[in-house]
Ligand binder design. Structure first.
Ligand code: NAD
Length: 338
């Protein structure tokens, strides 16, 4: 990048601001000129702005085209709707990308895994079409459209082609949900024909869950509608050590928002305690998106090296370093890897 690139940073709430500070420190040290456009959203801005998602946050993301975001607390059962869901809807971030890659030094059931989940982000049972028919009878509608299914399948295959991946596995329950999941599968099969060099297969979701626990090495890129993608991507995160190290990206046609998968861990707010790995690796995904592959690799390799050494890591990785100390160790490691 020759000129400085403006990136929207949404620190979030709870432990979000500490994590955002750690991520910015590491991204700044990666040698890419990022100008941070810091925008507040979530519980902390609610009183001041009257809304947890002020319009200027959306305007900033639309103008910059790219954002890095800390976690935001969603009140349970009352209060405002999930900001994450709102952002995805407002910006039409239709693809959720969740890599699950083993890192040496992270306690996990498997080593050497490199899976990626591509999850449809806009429809399925998350469309919000629900009603109480009567006090004892509730209904939720599962919506699957050809347009959204073909769009996400193209995203998965384009990603696989770009990243030199070998295989896409579509996940469904078309044996029971013959129309909705049947349509999703039909679209995946049709799109697969356009990518003859990438192997395509499909799995019924329950079998997929078992296979991933027993032989995850057999899988590469996974493609799923919203609900199965949500559940199976957490399963994949568990295979490589859990949410503390799980990054993600949400993509529209011209906008991308990167964020850790975990929540705001409110009980640790202000304690400089939580693990910054997931937001830093989300930042590395962002650098790749911006075409800064070398910087992305530096950030990833330095983070993996610090975790591998196990000396300056947070409590969940068996250490006693704080969030900021771990970020400092990653910055130092990047300098020594140059
Ligand atoms: P959480 O992910 O915040 O915490 C679950 C457990 O993991 C806790 O024990 C926590 O201490 C630990 N943990 C989480 N992140 C960690 C980190 N980086 N390092 C070390 N330990 C970590 O999940 P929760 O408690 O269910 O949710 C808290 C809030 O976050 C809720 O309001 C939820 O809606 C919200 N949330 C937001 C997002 C997002 O903004 N993308 C995602 C998930 C949950």
């Amino acid at each position: 990048m020759s000129a400085r690139t403006r990136v929207t940073m949404i620190p979030g709430d709870g432990t979000g601001p500490e994590l955002a500070a750690a991520a910015m420190k590491v991204m700044d040290a990666a040698g890419v000129g990022i100008e941070w456009d810091i925008q507040k959203a979530g519980a902390d801005i609610m009183e001041e702005a009257g809304t947890p998602l002020p319009e200027k946050v959306l305007e900033s993301i639309r103008a910059n085209g790219v954002a890095l975001k800390g976690p935001i607390t969603t009140p349970v059962g009352h209060g405002f709707r999930s900001i994450n869901v709102l952002l995805r809807k407002e910006l039409d971030l239709y693809a959720n990308l969740r890599p699950a890659r083993s890192i040496e030094g992270v306690k996990a059931p498997y080593k050497g895994l490199d899976l990626v989940m591509v999850r449809e982000n806009t429809e399925d049972l998350y469309s919000g079409v629900e009603r109480m028919v009567d006090p004892d009878h509730a209904e939720s509608i599962k919506i699957i459209t050809r347009a959204a299914s073909e769009r996400i399948a193209h995203f998965a295959f384009d990603y696989a082609a770009r990243e030199g991946r070998k295989k896409v596995t579509a996940i469904h329950k078309a044996n029971i949900l013959k129309m909705s999941d049947g349509l999703f599968l039909e679209c995946a099969r049709k799109v697969a024909e356009e990518y003859p060099t990438i192997e395509f297969e499909d799995r019924i979701v329950d079998n997929m869950a078992m296979q991933l626990v027993q032989k995850p090495q057999l899988y590469d890129v996974l493609l799923a509608p919203n609900l199965y993608g949500d559940i199976i991507s957490d399963l994949c995160a568990g295979l490589v050590g859990g949410l503390g190290v799980a990054p993600s990206g949400n993509f529209g046609d011209h906008i991308a928002v990167f964020e850790p998968v975990h929540g705001s861990a409110p009980k640790y707010t202000g304690m400089n305690k939580v693990n910054p790995t997931a937001i830093i690796l989300s930042g590395a995904l962002m650098l790749r998106y911006l075409g800064e592959e070398a910087a992305a690799d530096r950030v990833y390799n330095a983070t993996a090296a610090v975790i591998g050494e196990g000396k300056t890591v947070t409590y969940d990785l068996g250490g006693d370093a704080g969030t900021s100390q771990m970020a400092d160790a990653i910055v130092e490691k990047m300098d020594s890897l140059r």
